[in-house]
Structure formats: C-alpha cells, structure tokens
Design a protein around this ligand. Structure first.
Ligand code: SF4
Ligand code: SF4
Length: 285
C-alpha cells in the first residue's frame, strides 16, 4: 500500500507564537511555484490560521491555540466543486489547487467546510496550504511550518493508511468535523483542550486558627454515585480535573485529607468549565 502524508497537530504544545503563519507568508508572498501555487497576496490570507480558544472563568482561565489549515481530505468537497480538473488529489494524499486551471473559479472557496480556502483577488485564484508539496518534492523531510515551530506542535508523517489509523488510535488523535466523513489528513492531539471542560477549585484547611492552603488533599469527582476522576491538590491547594463532557452534570465532588477532615460539594456542568471557589476542609459545603 502507498505511503501518504498526514499531519499531526498537538494543541497542548501550541503557544500562539505564530511562526507557522509567518513561515507560510515568507514562503509564498511574492513567490510563485508553477504547478503548485501563484504568489500569496500580502494581506487577507491565513493558510495556517492559529485559532484561539478560551475555557474557564476567573480566577482559572485557560487559553489554547489550534492551527487550522487545509486538511487534505480524501473525500474532498472542494474537488467536487471544481471544474476542469482544477483540484487534484495526489497519490501521496496531498490536495493541490492548480493555479492555472482554477483561475476564475471563486465558488471553490465556499465548498470547503473548514474555511481553509482563500480567494486571491489579484491572481483570480482560490488558494490553500498545500502541505509544502513543492518542498517535499525537492526532498524535504518536513514541511516548512513544522521546521518553523519552536515547540514541536507539528509532526508530518508519510505512512500507510493502516499505520496512520494505528497511530491515531494509540495517541487518541481526532479530526475536525468527523461527522462530515471527509477523511481529513490533519489529525489533532489533545483536542479535549478545545472540546471538553474542566472543573477547578482551591482547598483550604485551618491550622491553629490560621487558614492555610491544603496541599496533597484527595479530590474525588463522581456522577450518579460512580467515580469519574480523582486528583490531588498542589502546594497551593489548587486542583483541576479535565476532559469532562460539556453539559454532562450533575456531579458530586468530595475532598479529604488525613489531618483536616473532609468537605463535599455538588455542581452542574454546562457549556463552560467551572471554578468551584474555595472549599474548606472540615466544613460541608
Ligand atoms: S509555530 Fe508552533 S507554537 Fe507557534 S503558533 Fe504555530 S503551531 Fe503554535
Ligand atoms: S480542507 Fe477544504 S480545501 Fe482542503 S481538501 Fe478538504 S475541502 Fe478541500
């Protein structure tokens, strides 16, 4: 079976430095690659779009960043919308919008459900991130965005589809909009940072009449009487439990420590992550 390109994107490692976005600009603004792309215009295009997502509420708010680009779908609706064979799927999995054949075909932009195609008004062509195929064809082992990223968010893999399925299962990878069934070749790691909620809180105890942070207390989260997750508080008495389904409440939370007793509280989890405030050991909330 043929080996094909895939991109793994680890959301947990992205710190929004935007080097990937800039590397794509540097590669393509003013540069034409015949057979691959016309030059990218100086403004208005985000072939690699680093999207920001926030979870939580004061005092615990988490921001995560997700680079979004052409997914090189195996069942690509952009190809179906194109006439004249303007978009082709290569044997190595990469989708290329032909810069000559696609001239004037503005409708292609709306065919992509990921918003990954941009219209180049000057050149009158639709354009998207084409997996740096011009560089890979010259023998590069990595895409330019992968090379430019300082925190190793990207991992381009040329493997057989069966091997990619194995990697995906092993690492818990997910794709964007899987319900569309388009078989994207961009796979996200730690997607729960975007799709799921966390619950956090601070635990205190009273020592000789003084309120102290309760470090190393046991936190047990349950739903319908069944344990869902457990965690320990850190040095500051803080805890966070992640990967909870949105709108999955009600939950019960119990906290205990050998020296200061226990406390319990309950909450409903809706669309957003929650901070439960301060929980005092020895007092039932
Ligand atoms: S270069 Fe890497 S860390 Fe920086 S924004 Fe892009 S993916 Fe995120
Ligand atoms: S992500 Fe959009 S542009 Fe890329 S192959 Fe899929 S449908 Fe086409």
């Amino acid at each position: 079976m043929a080996k094909k390109w895939n991109m793994v994107v680890d959301i947990a490692r992205c710190d929004n430095c935007r080097n990937c976005f800039l590397a794509t600009k540097d590669e393509h603004i003013g540069n034409e690659f015949p057979g691959y792309s016309a030059p990218q215009p100086e403004s208005g295009h985000s072939w690699v779009d680093v999207k920001r997502h926030e979870r939580g509420q004061w005092p615990v708010v988490a921001a995560h960043f997700m680079p979004v680009m052409c997914n090189h779908c195996d069942d690509a609706p952009c190809m179906k919308a194109a006439s004249n064979g303007a978009i082709k799927k290569r044997a190595d999995g990469i989708v290329i919008i032909d810069p000559k054949k696609s001239k004037g075909q503005k409708d292609i932009v709306d065919a992509c459900p990921y918003g990954a195609i941009f219209w180049n008004e000057e050149e009158q062509v639709p354009q998207a991130w084409f997996f740096d195929a011009h560089l890979l064809d010259e023998g590069w082992k990595k895409t330019r965005i992968e090379q430019a990223c300082p925190t190793d968010v990207f991992r381009s893999l040329k493997v057989e589809d069966a091997e990619m399925r194995r990697i995906s299962e092993e690492e818990g990878l997910q794709t964007l909009k899987p319900e569309l069934g388009l078989k994207p070749r961009v796979h996200y790691k730690n997607m729960h940072l975007i799709t799921h909620c966390f619950v956090a809180g601070s635990v205190v105890e009273h020592v000789d009449g003084v309120e102290e942070c309760a470090a190393n207390a046991e936190v047990v989260l349950s739903r319908n009487g069944n344990e869902v997750a457990r965690a320990k508080t850190d040095l500051f008495g803080d805890f966070r439990i992640d990967q909870l389904e949105k709108n999955s409440g009600p939950y019960q939370l119990a906290v205990s420590s050998e020296s200061s007793g226990s406390a319990a509280t309950a909450f409903d989890l809706g669309e957003d992550s929650l901070h439960l405030g301060t929980i005092a050991l020895g007092e039932e909330a």
